[in-house]
Write a protein that binds this ligand. Structure first.
Ligand SMILES: Nc1ncnc2c1ncn2[C@@H]1O[C@H](COP(=O)(O)OP(=O)(O)OP(=O)(O)O)[C@@H](O)[C@H]1O
Length: 366
């Protein structure tokens, strides 16, 4: 899949832009705070109906403006797909595919597969376990509509059970129904998360080795209460205790994904460069999995990824992403040096853009 063209009106600091892309490599350079990440975020928004860093829609609209518009034209293996997104203050956002509005935004997730690597990914290592669950959910939801449905239904049932707990309800039949739903959807989610990690780990190791050629070994361990016990039994057993605490203490919303470097938590032992390498290898593995199993080649967005990495690792990453298996790529950096190096190394179509005060200017140097 290729993003051929993007039009933007009032997306964060980008006033207006009409950009035509290269089908292979697109590089954006500019000083700090000029709008490079915002531009990448606009591309991300068209795939996920939300910002990469979860910026609320009210803050996405450029300051003092009424509305923001994004329009993307995609070449989907020969077929054209046009996406439109309109966001207005205090109104439901409009999301249209080929001029037809979606009834539910969840119908759109997965149509335009995309992986973004950005400085915000450090939260995956440093943040709470919900960040890592969200990471697993995002990958699976892009490929599997049933998963997203199960997740939505699970969260609804969880919210209802937590409300009952807070009300100190003794409505056992309602508890029974909700716990049955939590178990049914929870088991589906558990089994898909487990499968995902089993498939992801070998790819992850392979990319990690390619980037740093070191003896360091990386791993992911998926930890879930559902691995050992039946959720329904556990929920019933915990009911009284949960009433005292006021929330549901068992289920897939307590899952953890441990990120390990040489057997220890990378959060504790990894240097900044090691953590960055870990995340890049992990995201490239995610890309590879999506590409193997999805309907179309995903877009790859690399936002300011070279900072803190030594020259050897940068060279390996540049070499890697230039390979055939990666489709259309969008790269930002403050330093043109890296971008020029990528373009020197890669023998394929490219476009170079300068980002200045929210304006995207093509540089025709090819
Ligand atoms: N709703 C908004 N309206 C206007 N400006 C905004 C809005 N949201 C964010 N900005 C501005 O966008 C700028 C940040 O842009 P962005 O993060 O894209 O920069 P960048 O080019 O990626 O910089 P860096 O190289 O430092 O990462 C900030 O100056 C911020 O104030």
């Amino acid at each position: 899949m290729i993003l051929k063209q993007l039009s933007i009106l009032n997306y964060k600091n980008i006033v207006q832009a009409e950009v035509v892309f290269s089908p292979k490599i697109n590089c954006f350079f500019g000083k700090n705070g000029m709008g490079k990440t915002n531009f990448m975020d606009a591309i991300y928004y068209l795939s996920f109906c939300k910002s990469h860093i979860n910026t609320p829609d009210s803050l996405i609209i450029r300051n003092n403006q009424d509305m923001c518009v994004l329009q993307g034209v995609y070449d989907y293996d020969g077929r054209t797909e046009e996406l439109f997104c309109g966001i207005r203050h205090k109104q439901k956002k409009q999301f249209k595919r080929n001029k037809k509005e979606y009834k539910r935004l969840s119908e759109h997730i997965g149509l335009l597969p995309l992986v973004m690597i950005s400085p915000a990914d450090t939260e995956l290592i440093q943040g709470g376990s919900e960040e890592r669950r969200r990471f697993m959910d995002l990958i699976i939801s892009q490929q599997d509509k049933n998963y997203l449905h199960a997740l939505i239904q699970y969260n609804k049932a969880l919210l209802q059970r937590n409300t009952l707990l807070k009300e100190q309800s003794h409505d056992t039949s309602l508890f029974d129904v909700l716990e049955m739903q939590l178990t049914m959807y929870g088991e589906q989610i558990f089994s898909k998360r487990k499968q995902l990690i089993e498939r992801l780990v070998p790819l992850f190791n392979q990319f990690h080795q390619q980037i740093c050629h070191s003896a360091e070994s990386v791993d992911l361990t998926y930890i879930s209460q559902l691995a050992e016990t039946s959720l329904e039994e556990k929920l019933r057993k915990n009911r009284e205790r949960d009433v005292l605490i006021g929330y549901t203490t068992a289920g897939i919303h307590k899952d953890e994904l441990e990120m390990l470097l040489d057997g220890s938590l990378i959060r504790r032992v990894g240097s900044q460069g090691q953590q960055k390498t870990y995340l890049i290898a992990l995201k490239l593995a995610q890309y590879s999995l999506l590409a193997q199993e999805g309907a179309s080649t995903p877009l790859l967005l690399l936002d300011d990824i070279f900072d803190k990495l030594d020259a050897e690792r940068v060279a390996q990453i540049i070499h890697l992403v230039g390979e055939e298996q990666f489709g259309q790529i969008f790269i930002t950096d403050t330093n043109r040096k890296y971008l020029d190096k990528i373009l020197e190394t890669i023998n394929s179509d490219f476009a170079l853009f300068e980002v200045e005060q929210g304006c995207i200017k093509p540089l025709n140097e090819a």
